[in-house]
Design a protein around this ligand. Structure first.
Ligand SMILES: Nc1nc2c(ncn2[C@@H]2O[C@H](COP(=O)(O)OP(=O)(O)OP(=O)(O)O)[C@@H](O)[C@H]2O)c(=O)[nH]1
Ligand SMILES: [Mg+2]
Length: 419
């Protein structure tokens, strides 16, 4: 039984102890291993409200969490010496190509001279700050953090490439001492591997080279007194390989619950694992919204919306497509990268035909089945419950369809080697 059915059954029977008991394991099964939107405090509060049968408290707690997640602001500072790959990293996370007009400049000469904000094109409340090179003559470790207004950032990403910079290590220590989080990202490992293979073809071992780079970064950071640093080896040209997936997961885990949702949505679709991760976050939101609507049905005299009209459904599908990079612009880009006619690509996707998805009657049958527990006790179709369930199953159907298509396109791109 899923969270919603369990809720309806227990709430209908007024079995609140059982409801509270089932909630935590059901919620844990729903969310990704990087966590979900609910903080431990909110989980406790919801658990307590369920135990006491205070469904209006459950409803308001969930509403608060959803609003906080939708309005979350995220400011990420990206720092490091000139030419280490800061702009490339920011572009990768913003999902913009290096040549796109709105991308952060990428070049072989020092292109970032002042603090520049880059808004995420799809999530305007997410801003990446490309900060001045730490290797420039006017850089002073003592004043740098104050100068860039360090308190404003959610976390820091220190980017380093081949040579280890003492300034970066000193800065890492200062960030840690100030109680902020930093992640040490060592870029260009693709070039390191390429060079090592060229120069030492007989003794070359990928894992050994990567381990050596990791140890070198770790030793240098620990020498300065940084404790337990997170180090990630990446290639900005190949995010699916090396430590980028681990970096995504670590960032998600360490962000506060309400900021996780938006950050999860902006992560690039680099693998089935990252697509599934994003799916978990959306499934959680769908479920919490349904839970909120279901809770309302048990509160006397609460008015409740009566539907999810076609325009809202169409928008919902459009949003999901956008989260997974299947909006019209992205599909066009993918077709160009694959050198395949746009119509052929479109023909392979199931999520583009809103009308045939919206006609799927299976949703009504699913909603009816799930509402049975409620009807059995309350007698007769409670229309609010039925409507809430229809929204829940419709959103889930759209999400599953978009996820399938996203995985299909990823596989095609991997095959053509353009992912
Ligand atoms: N091989 C490889 N090259 C990279 C990687 N990341 C960036 N580059 C290249 O390194 C050069 C510098 O990258 P940028 O992203 O401009 O570096 P930056 O830190 O923003 O540089 P400044 O703005 O000058 O401080 C460019 O030619 C990039 O294409 C990577 O992971 N691997
Ligand atoms: Mg730059």
């Amino acid at each position: 039984m899923d969270l919603i059915s369990a809720f309806l059954k227990c709430a209908s029977e007024k079995n609140f102890q059982q409801l509270a008991k089932e909630f935590l394991p059901q919620y844990s099964a729903l969310i990704s291993k990087a966590g979900g939107m609910l903080s431990p405090e909110t989980l406790d509060a919801i658990h307590k409200a369920l135990q006491e049968g205070k469904l209006s408290d459950v409803m308001s707690q969930i509403q608060e969490v959803i609003s906080a997640a939708e309005n979350a602001v995220l400011e990420v500072a990206v720092i490091g010496e000139a030419g280490t790959g800061k702009s490339s990293f920011i572009n990768a996370l913003r999902g913009v190509g290096h040549e796109a007009a709105e991308s952060a400049d990428v070049g072989t000469v020092e292109t970032t001279k002042c603090k520049t904000p880059y808004q995420h094109p799809k999530y305007p409340k997410v801003i990446f700050w490309d900060l001045p090179g730490t290797g420039t003559p006017d850089f002073h470790t003592d004043t740098y953090l104050d100068r860039v207004g360090f308190a404003n950032y959610d976390f820091f990403v220190i980017i380093s490439s081949s040579r280890f910079s003492l300034n970066d290590a000193l800065l890492a220590k200062k960030i840690q001492d100030a109680g902020k989080k930093f992640y040490f990202v060592r870029t260009k490992v693709d070039s390191d591997l390429y060079n090592e293979k060229k120069t030492k073809p007989t003794t070359f071992k990928k894992e050994n080279v990567l381990q050596r780079i990791r140890d070198y970064c770790l030793d240098n950071l620990m020498d300065i007194g940084v404790t337990a640093p997170h180090i990630f080896l990446i290639s900005n040209f190949d995010l699916g390989s090396f430590d980028f997936p681990k970096l995504e997961e670590t960032l998600l885990k360490e962000l506060p619950g309400h900021k996780r949702h938006m950050f999860a949505l902006l992560l690039p679709n680099i693998s089935d694992v990252s697509i599934e991760l994003k799916k978990h976050f959306l499934q959680e939101k769908i479920c919490l919204e349904a839970l909120k609507s279901a809770a309302v049905c048990f509160i006397p005299f609460m008015t409740f919306f009566s539907g999810f009209d076609l325009a809202q459904q169409e928008q919902c599908l459009k949003d999901y497509r956008s989260y997974f990079g299947l909006d019209d612009t992205s599909i066009k880009e993918i077709a160009e990268n694959l050198d395949t006619p746009l119509e052929d690509i479109k023909g392979e996707l199931k999520c583009l035909d809103f009308w045939s998805l919206a006609k799927d009657d299976n949703i009504i049958a699913q909603a009816r089945r799930a509402a049975e527990a409620f009807y059995a006790v309350n007698g007769g179709p409670g229309s609010s419950v039925f409507q809430a369930l229809k929204v829940y199953y419709r959103r889930t159907q759209f999400l599953n369809m978009v996820v399938d298509d996203a995985k299909h396109l990823l596989r095609k791109m991997e095959k053509a080697n353009v992912a």
